[in-house]
Design a protein around this ligand. Structure first.
Ligand code: NDP
Length: 462
């Protein structure tokens, strides 16, 4: 089938164009024209598995969902990437996530290919028994297509340690083997310490390098006002790490609305973040907490809104950490108008192309203090999959590393990720005198060239 005959896949096409345009606008294809062929080949998944998931609800009714696994690229290692359970899930979204995952995994420096999967199942409002029955049915089919040396899924939106546990148990029963086939496992049965925290912590470690590089080592998170969206796994741990490093968290959100500090002073406290984490385990909305006396006296809750245009006072750092396309071009302009200098995506493809264009336009020229540093998700949120890779290494060698050891490795990986993107941008991306290097272009080129070279060695293109 020719590309013209393929169904429209808006999210995947957006992710493809974002990567391809940064390669085109660099000197990569002038220096290595043969890499155009690699781009064509890498943008088609090696395999897509789609299957039926039939399960029984608490009333005894038959429920049907769609299950997917996109095994996108295995040049660097077994397919690796999360499972998303959300009603919006479709092939376009999973292909975009799998495509991003290939280059993100390459940036970690670990041997992992790229994949993504999930289902249009909505865990909200389901009982634990319904979630267990769904996970068992989902894994009954998925287990035929994955394995510790083939494809190692993890969690993503809607998939926490609980779901990973149910799926791991079913894999073990059917295959009669205890292997590290999923990451994000419970700590008593093979999970890595720091894996739950890794994505959020990793984003903050990455931004810490941006801030230090930009200020010549003079500044840090201390005193910075940080706007965060989302209130799930990534947002919670990013928020806690920001506070630990001396910054203030001034917003969080969920799919129903945004919770924003009312005044220009103060921060969410770790206790408030823990309260939010507790209601999220029960899949409740932050609006429930927002109406309590303790929260309503300190925060404003705006139903149906994202934080970016609703912050009171200055913003120094923005960490979109909910879902794709959660910063529009207009919101990007509003963030810059609020003083924001550092944007790093905890979420995958958190910014629309229009938002990226706004951020990138503000790194050009001698804009001094207003110059913007923008880090794409595939670099900034790579800490999650990196620690998943460390979990695989621990499982294979049947050892458990301490929190300190995993955290130290995570810090080094995020530092390398930042330095690699920066150095590659300087090498390949023409930049006006006085402008900042493009971390988005540098990260895309660094990830892409590593994968393309391995594919060439394997005879995938020539
Ligand atoms: P969670 O399910 O734990 O949390 C997701 C958060 O985003 C919730 O607050 C949720 O609100 C909100 N959200 C979900 N969908 C939407 C939407 N359509 N509009 C607005 N808000 C929404 O997921 P994670 O924290 O794990 O993932 C967040 C992002 O980070 C995703 O883009 C994911 O792909 C990415 N990511 C996650 C990694 C990980 O290790 N977990 C690794 C790398 C990237 P509500 O509670 O109301 O549903």
């Amino acid at each position: 089938m020719t590309a013209q005959n393929l169904p429209s896949e808006p999210e995947f096409e957006q992710a493809y164009k974002e990567l391809a345009s940064t390669l085109e606008n660099s000197t990569l294809f002038q220096k290595k024209p043969e890499f155009r062929k690699a781009l064509q080949v890498v943008s088609v998944p090696e395999r897509v598995v789609q299957f039926r998931v039939v399960w029984e609800d608490d009333k005894g009714n038959v429920q049907i969902n769609r299950g997917f696994r996109v095994q996108f690229n295995s040049a660097l290692g077994p397919y690796k990437g999360g499972l998303r359970f959300h009603p919006s899930v479709n092939l376009s979204i999973l292909k975009f996530l799998g495509f991003e995952q290939i280059f993100k995994n390459a940036l970690t420096g670990l041997n992992m290919g790229g994949g993504k999967g999930g289902s249009d199942f909505d865990p909200k409002g389901k009982s634990d028994n319904e979630i267990r029955r769904f996970c068992v049915s989902f894994m009954t089919e998925l287990c035929k297509h994955i394995g510790q040396d083939t494809d190692v899924p993890a969690g993503d939106i809607g998939v926490t340690g609980r779901e990973v546990g149910f799926m791991f148990g079913q894999y073990k029963k059917i295959r009669n083997e205890w292997v590290g086939v999923l990451t994000g496992k419970g700590q008593s049965w093979g999970g890595s310490l720091i894996r739950p925290e890794a994505t959020g912590y990793g984003v903050v470690y990455y931004v810490d390098h941006m801030i230090k590089y930009a200020s010549g080592g003079k500044e840090s998170f201390a005193g910075k006002r940080v706007a965060i969206s989302g209130s799930g796994n990534v947002a919670q741990y990013a928020a806690l790490k920001v506070i630990e490093l001396g910054g203030s968290v001034i917003s969080l959100s969920d799919s129903q609305g945004a919770l924003i500090l009312s005044g220009e002073e103060g921060s969410f406290t770790p206790e408030e973040i823990n309260q939010i984490a507790a209601i999220k385990v029960e899949r409740k909305q932050i609006s429930e907490l927002a109406s309590t006396a303790a929260f309503s006296s300190k925060f404003k809750y705006i139903a149906g809104a994202r934080p970016w245009t609703n912050i009171t006072g200055r913003v120094d750092v923005a960490l979109p950490s909910a879902t794709q396309n959660e910063v529009s071009g207009e919101e990007a302009k509003a963030l810059i108008a609020s003083g924001c200098k550092f944007i790093a995506e905890g979420s995958n493809m958190g910014s629309t192309q229009e938002a990226i264009d706004v951020f990138e336009a503000h790194r050009e020229g001698n804009q001094g203090a207003t110059a913007i540093w923008y880090a794409p998700g595939k670099a900034a949120n790579a800490g999650g999959v990196a620690v998943s890779g460390l979990e695989m290494a621990q499982n294979s060698s049947r050892v458990t590393w301490t929190s300190e050891e995993v955290d130290t490795r995570l810090k080094h990986i995020m530092e390398d990720c930042f330095n690699n993107g920066l150095a590659t941008a300087k090498e390949y991306v023409p930049t006006a005198e006085g402008s900042l290097p493009s971390l988005v272009a540098g990260s895309n080129i660094a990830g892409f060239t590593k994968v393309a070279e391995a594919m060439k060695d394997h005879g995938d293109w020539w």
